[in-house]
Design a protein around this ligand. Structure first.
Ligand code: PMT
Length: 411
């Protein structure tokens, strides 16, 4: 999320057993610099303690409708006006029903009527309650009205049954909330396809050739595009880094698989960003059984993998923007400029490898942004999140410029 203005979330906690997970949500939001006003319904107070939320957020937990009259800070209309997001997690069947028909009989339901901020519900309830036509109808009404939903997921519920009704993962809820809180929307309706992470080229059933890419850069790009409201698809090699909620992820293993997945998605995308560290070579054949030391030396013959970026760039439609990466230990700018030209890219992010804090697996990178026009911007050593922001600033600028040119030529 952009760091500009501090943002405020009203965290409504209702009476589901998942209420204890709301403390984790509050904590994660606070850690990202967001002001959280906790609101607990009477039923929630039977399950969790308001003091927990006060300690985590540093703000008074609102529990009763009339108490706030003495405190203008938490008066319901004032909060309704100033909140940037209402997040109801967990949301019971009861609060969904009240919100759908406009019942205002406690602080939370009353303020929900008064706010014009976006509302995000994270439902949690017994499967039968969730599947009941009344609940389904309430969900339909609220969705139609523009409310956002995350979950519920299927799994084992506190009541012992297995089925739909479990609250979504707190980290996913926070990710979704952060997307809604980010005011930027300059990539709305833009379809972004990103390659991320390493590829693995098998030698035998237990060994492979790979590299040190962690997937951090690809994840930062995906998150940034999502915050700016793009539709994001990531084709990722094996990675431990979790992709943000809301991103469509296709996991692959080899360069061939990555090439195939990209080829099927490429024509649908407006922006293609190749951040993956694709293995340039693979063994010319894969052993069926594990090679043992007693079998003697293991000699590999390597053949080239397909050049995913180079191949797709040749199919580039006029509206598409293509961004490449280059990771080099020496002559970075010369090699990067050569790749930019040879692969017909709009621009390219060059990473310096072989210096501390930069490149594979790190959280920061020493980077340059090279444009097809010939210009080179020295970005310095930056967090990968900031590099992603700079890349999408440039993408958004290019889209705006092209749209303006198309508009002018159609006059
Ligand atoms: O995942 P992290 O740990 O965060 O690290 C991020 C990163 C350093 C891997 C990333 O920022 C990066 O620089 N990726 C490109 C790495 C690379 O080795 O590039 P290259 O010079 O081999 O390839 C140039 C471009 O062609 C890249 O956009 C690459 O994705 C693409 N390529 C390369 C080979 C190939 N067979 N197909 C490709 O599409």
């Amino acid at each position: 999320m952009t760091n500009s203005a501090p943002r405020e979330v009203v965290l409504g906690v209702t009476g589901s057993i998942a209420a204890y997970k709301a403390a984790e949500i509050a904590s994660q939001l606070v850690q990202r610099g967001i002001k959280v006003t906790p609101v607990l319904t009477t039923a929630a107070c039977e399950l969790v303690c308001p003091a927990t939320f006060e300690a985590i957020t540093g703000n008074k937990a609102i529990t009763r409708l009339f108490e706030p009259l003495s405190n203008p800070e938490i008066e319901h209309i004032a909060v309704a006006n100033r909140a940037d997001l209402f997040l109801i997690a967990p949301a019971t069947a009861n609060i969904l029903a009240k919100a759908a028909v406009g019942i205002a009989d406690d602080w939370l339901s009353t303020t929900l009527l008064a706010t014009r901020a976006p509302v995000l519900f994270a439902p949690a309830m017994n499967t039968l309650m969730y599947e009941h036509p009344a609940t389904q109808e309430n969900l339909r009404i609220l969705k139609q009205r523009g409310c956002h939903f995350i979950g519920p997921e299927s799994g084992r519920l506190a009541c012992g049954t297995v089925g739909a009704g479990r609250m979504a993962d707190p980290s996913h809820i926070v990710e979704f909330a952060l997307t809604l809180l980010d005011p930027r929307n300059d990539l709305r309706n833009v379809r972004v396809l990103i390659t991320s992470g390493p590829t693995r080229e098998p030698i035998d059933p237990v060994r492979f050739i790979s590299n040190r890419s962690s997937g951090k850069m690809g994840t930062a790009l995906a998150r940034e595009a999502l915050f700016r409201k793009a539709h994001v698809t990531v084709i990722s090699g094996p990675s431990e880094v979790a992709m943000p909620y809301g991103v469509e992820v296709l996991y692959v293993e080899t360069a061939e698989e990555m090439a195939q997945a990209c080829a099927t998605r490429f024509s649908e995308c407006d922006v293609f960003i190749a951040a993956a560290a694709v293995a340039d070579y693979k063994p010319d054949h894969v052993l069926d059984t594990k090679h043992k030391r007693s079998d003697g030396p293991l000699r590999l013959s390597l053949v080239e993998n397909p050049d995913i970026l180079g191949t797709l760039a040749q199919r580039k439609a006029p509206h598409q923007i293509i961004v490449g990466f280059a990771a080099e230990t020496d002559n970075l700018l010369a090699h990067a400029r050569e790749k930019l030209t040879k692969k017909n890219l709009d621009f390219l992010l060059a990473n310096q490898i072989g210096i501390p804090q930069s490149g594979f697996g790190t959280s920061t990178v020493r980077a340059y942004l090279l444009h097809a026009s010939g210009e080179t911007a020295d970005l310095g050593l930056l967090p990968k999140e900031t590099v992603a922001e700079r890349i999408f600033d440039r993408v958004a600028e290019l889209i705006k410029k092209r749209t303006a040119t198309q508009g002018a030529s159609s006059l």
